[in-house]
Design a protein around this ligand. Sequence first.
Ligand code: SAM
Ligand code: SF4
Ligand code: FES
Length: 349
Amino acid sequence: MRQLIHKLYSRGGLSRDEIVYLLARLDAGVRKELYGLADRKRREKYGDKVFLRGLIEFSSYCRRDCLYCGLRASNRSAERYRLKPPEILDCCREGYGLGYRTFVLQSGEDPWYTEEILVNLIQEIKAEFPDTALTLSIGEREDRTYQRLYEAGADRFLLRHETASPKLYQTLHPSMSFDNRRRCLKVLQEIGYQVGAGFMVGLPGQTADDLADDLLYLQALHPDMIGIGPFIPHSRTPLSGAAAGTIEDTLAMVALARLMVPDALIPATTALGSLDSEGREKALKAGANIVMPNLSPIAVRTKYALYNNKICTGDESAACRHCLELRIHAAGFSVDMGRGDSLKSFQVK
Ligand code: SAM
Ligand code: SF4
Ligand code: FES
């Protein structure tokens, strides 16, 4: 086991069988070693810096019906809201004042925000804050729209592949296409975005083979960012009775992702922090190097409910900013408020 992990550390690659073998034998000792090596790899690449991104959850409307998500269209009890462009700009102003230099605009798939509205919004944000990076996480759109949003000034795009198993993907995403999800990721990369892919850990029916395929897919895609979080059930979805993913399994996947795609930016996700009060710190110690605190107005926070018991729904943006700084320092890292571009993006420029 030690040999396998060290091979991964020095060569960055394992076969599918080796990953599955490793996942089946992760005891406390092996995990500790794995997290330690992932931490070392992150320090080699990015030092002890943790980048902060201001997250603005601007719409809880969604036309999709992903089985796991509280925002799914069929969830009639979900409270829906839309922040209008001036309100989104206000969030950016508050975030800029707090020192953020990356804004992440995330939403359900909401056609109210037409290409036109998004282009104007992006242009306004970039005109007012030219030294910031803008990340979109708005799901699937036409290729042409991705292109126009990039030309308007969007720099990055997060679109998790969710799972590398075609069968599981199809079960979880009625009327969506596994192939199109992957195609979108390719298109986004070709356009020039810094791209984030990623997956959930502990989805009902997910196997070790599936998780190995997730890692191998990420290694082949070589995205700039990798979002990995535990699946957490939401009470008003068809998966309400399913068990959540575990913190240990998720941390193992974070660490393996760091070793297999060493120059990626990897967030310590809110879902990890929601599952375990120290989850984000544990992820930082297992190779993650991003935290994405919430900048959405408090009045809408609880309405962006992907899963139950999400953290920071009642905390002011300034409070989260301060809280995180303390937590990051206490965990032995330093805060970097810069744009925090991926190492890969410097290589291809
Ligand atoms: N609608 C866009 C999309 O799906 O790409 C962006 C927003 S979506 C809410 C962001 C991510 O939330 C998804 O990619 C998914 O991995 C995650 N998510 C949704 N429901 C979840 C749940 N129940 N547990 C953990 N993560 C969840
Ligand atoms: Fe909509 Fe995204 Fe939730 Fe799927 S994961 S239902 S696309 S918000
Ligand atoms: Fe939100 Fe600690 S990060 S309160």
